[in-house]
Design a protein around this ligand. Structure first.
Ligand code: SF4
Ligand code: ZN
Length: 735
């Protein structure tokens, strides 16, 4: 191995350990040994010392044994000219450096003001350094490293040669779905500073995570990896060998070192090598080529910035499927969570502002010309910035194995597929969709037609087994959209009716839907004949079809098992399934209750129901209603409160269709509990609702229910209920 690297890494470790020692003794003097140290919002100990050494450090005094351990691992600094025959000393010193880092970083949280902004995403102005990941982030993001949503991360150390290079590298890593962890600086500048200069959105949501400008903040990348192994890899605290092995085998991570690599940075690289994470350096720092700890080489340099990622992927042995979709913007799961603000939008479509829908339909093989993409009506280039356009997306597919039942399965995926384009935002489904294309993407040449390009490519990639041909028509003229929307609505209704007279009792098997876990990692929709998925797009048949297409996909059969509570809709098999697939976050779920262990909500719900305690009833509001509701929150605020995969008694997200199901809030008395809903939703459901109300013995129930023309506060609702003698008044108390 290179003599220079060993010398410099070992020297760096010595420097870091002395620095840690000094800062530790200062802190001891200032705060005393009992002062609490922790990374904020973690119900956990410091990750490296806990994971590697089994230490449970939570006070300043508790750092002493960690410091001792670091010191014990230091080896004498070798002569630069002396050959170091093996890697062992360098690796030991690398670990010592990591322990020193952890001491230094944990003490930073005692500083005033804090050097970090404790948030998930970077604020738009001011300090963007985020420091250690908290438990919420860990739960949400760590799992992606395990289930393959994110293959790993690139720890980017220092500053790129220019802002342009920094942006290019960040985008390329995002496209490969890798997290970009940024730390350290060169001459006061870091890669994150460069991204900020270029106006790039940073934070966990875009996978561009700035940890800190100090070289020691690199530890937060390794801390994250260590905790992932503990939380998701079943590794026990203190079992350092298994922890390192897990990381080597499972987490595809590497270090990209930009600019001048000083002694301390060398030490970080040596620490990372312990995890099997190689380092690729832009400047010449020599090489460590023999394989052993890492999959291939340990350190490779010099590598030109534009070749670094390719090199890293090669060296780390990373298999990435990048089906390059021919569009002028980057594409990948990392762009899924991206927000586009109104003022950054070139064109906005749907979202209750213009008529819109999306629809997948099957045709016979000779009716479809593969890859034929048409925009019928104005393109983005024909309209000025800030335009609102109607949109109707009709994807026509053909294939020998294609079936009508598969149409909604493909259709629901339009959401992720379109959202994964950089600068394109997609929400909702069916005739509730909402799309924004950013000014930046428009400037790069992104057109409405490219939505068709994406659909074509992704349908072939993801549904190659059933789809042979795909053509896409995108309507942007109001009259076409309205005309086609009616056709689509008929198909939506037909799909909804398909479940028809099937009851939950008539089957032993429900289906799961985990599609929304990319947004809400603990969310599980359990779809039964009488309860559709909360987005309204997936009913029991759709899930069944999806399972047929892909038996290992997001829709799995869920054996109901023994009944726990028939009224609440709880079954043993379902509970077990949910516990498993919510990553142990949710242990029980009542399909028919809003009060007792209700279903989790991702963010796609067509409606949100909320308890109105004074009224002894429940209101429900659908997405298209933008006004104030009697629970004191608008739909958007409610969505923020209820969404994200949590279980919140008193609130539940659901589909429109579920309102007219016999199982709607069965535990709380069914539709007789409904005391308020927007007028538009009443009109939407009228025919089916009236049939249900009749069956419940209250044929005029819909007219007894308040809407925004009658009441916008809970008090007004109560007054109305008393006036009309609403049946909720006679139901048992809700709370
Ligand atoms: Fe599946 Fe539920 Fe998401 Fe709909 S809301 S796509 S049913 S997980
Ligand atoms: Zn969802």
């Amino acid at each position: 191995m290179s003599k220079l690297i060993a010398t410099r890494a070992i020297r760096g470790a010595h420097k870091l350990v002395s620095r840690a020692e000094k800062e530790f003794s200062d802190a001891l003097k200032k705060h005393g040994p009992d002062k609490k140290v922790e990374f904020p919002n973690t119900g956990y100990y410091l990750p490296i010392s806990h994971g590697m050494l089994g230490m449970n450090i939570n006070t300043v005094g508790g750092l002493q044994p960690l410091l001792d351990k670091a010191k014990s691992l230091l080896h004498p600094i070798p002569d630069e000219n002396k050959w170091v025959p093996y890697l062992g000393h360098t690796l030991d010193c690398g670990m010592a450096a990591l322990f020193a880092d952890e001491i230094i970083e944990s003490l930073k949280y005692l500083q005033d003001p804090l050097p970090y902004t404790v948030m998930e995403n970077c604020p738009e102005d001011g300090n963007f350094w985020l420091g250690a990941a908290d438990d919420v982030i860990m739960r949400k993001r760590g799992i992606e490293f395990v289930d393959g949503t994110a293959p790993g991360f690139a720890a980017c150390v220092g500053a790129c040669p220019s802002t342009e290079v920094a942006v290019k590298i960040a985008r390329e890593l995002q496209e490969k779905n890798l997290y970009v962890f940024m730390s350290a600086s060169n001459n006061g500048k870091s890669m994150a500073d460069q991204l900020r200069e270029a106006g790039v959105q940073m934070g966990w949501e875009t996978r561009l995570v700035p940890f800190g400008s100090d070289v020691t903040s690199t530890i937060h990348a390794l801390g994250f990896a260590t905790r992932a192994a503990l939380s998701f890899g079943g590794v026990k605290p203190g079992d350092y060998a298994r922890n390192l092995k897990y990381n080597k085998m499972r987490i595809f991570a590497f270090v990209l070192a930009f600019g001048e690599v000083d002694d301390e940075k060398h030490a970080q690289a040596a620490g990372a090598i312990n995890y099997g994470f190689p380092a690729i350096s832009e400047t010449d720092i020599g090489q460590i080529l023999p394989t052993g700890v890492c999959t291939y080489e340990h350190v490779v340099s010099p590598v030109k910035p534009e070749e670094m990622i390719q090199k890293a992927v090669e060296v780390r042995g990373l298999k990435i499927q990048v089906h390059k979709i021919p569009i002028p913007v980057s594409y990948g799961a990392a762009f899924e969570g991206e927000r586009i603000r109104g003022e950054d939008t070139w064109v906005e479509m749907g979202g209750n502002k213009t008529p819109a829908f999306e629809f997948v339909t099957s045709k016979s093989i000779n009716e479809v010309t593969d890859n034929k993409i048409e925009v019928i009506g104005p393109e983005i280039t024909d309209v000025p910035a800030g335009t609102q356009l109607p949109i109707g997306i009709v994807a026509e597919v053909a294939g020998r194995k294609m079936q009508e039942d598969f149409e909604p399965v493909l259709e629901r995926r339009l959401h992720n597929f379109i959202n994964e384009a950089q600068g394109v935002f997609h929400m909702g489904q069916r005739d509730q969709n909402w799309i924004r294309i950013s000014k930046e993407s428009k400037e790069k040449g992104f057109k409405i037609a490219h939505i068709g390009t994406i659909i074509h490519a992704q349908f072939h990639t993801e549904f190659g087994a059933i789809v042979d041909k795909v053509q896409v028509k995108i309507y942007t003229k109001q009259e076409d959209v309205l005309k086609w929307r009616e056709i689509a609505k008929k198909a939506y209704n037909k799909r909804d009716e398909r479940v028809g007279s099937m009851t939950d009792e008539s089957t032993d098997t429900f289906y799961s839907c985990l599609l929304c876990q990319s947004f809400a990692p603990t969310h599980v929709c359990v779809v039964s004949p009488e309860r559709t998925g909360l987005c309204g797009s997936y009913n029991w048949f759709t899930c069944k079809a999806s399972y047929e297409i892909n038996p290992r996909g997001p829709n799995q059969p869920v054996p109901k098992g023994d009944t726990v509570d028939a009224l609440k809709g709880q079954w043993k098999g379902c509970n077990e399934f949910i516990l498993q697939s919510s990553r142990k976050a949710i242990s029980a779920m009542s399909a028919y209750s809003i009060m007792s262990e209700p279903m989790t909500s991702c963010g796609c719900f067509e409606c949100i129901a909320a308890v109105l305690p004074l009224a002894n009833g429940v209101m429900t509001v659908s997405r298209e209603f933008a006004g104030m509701t009697p629970c004191g929150m608008k739909f958007s605020t409610l969505a923020g409160t209820v969404g994200g995969g949590q279980q919140i008694p008193g609130f539940v997200g659901h589909s429109k269709r579920y309102v007219v199901s016999k199982k709607f809030l069965l535990a709380e008395g069914g539709i007789k509990r409904l005391v308020w809903m927007p007028k538009a939703l009443k009109d939407d459901l009228r025919v089916l609702f009236e049939a249900r109300a009749k069956a419940e013995g209250v044929p005029n129930l819909l007219d007894l229910i308040a809407d925004e023309t009658i009441a916008t506060t809970e008090e007004e609702v109560v007054a109305h209920l008393q006036k009309v003698n609403h049946p909720a008044l006679t139901l048992p108390p809700l709370m």
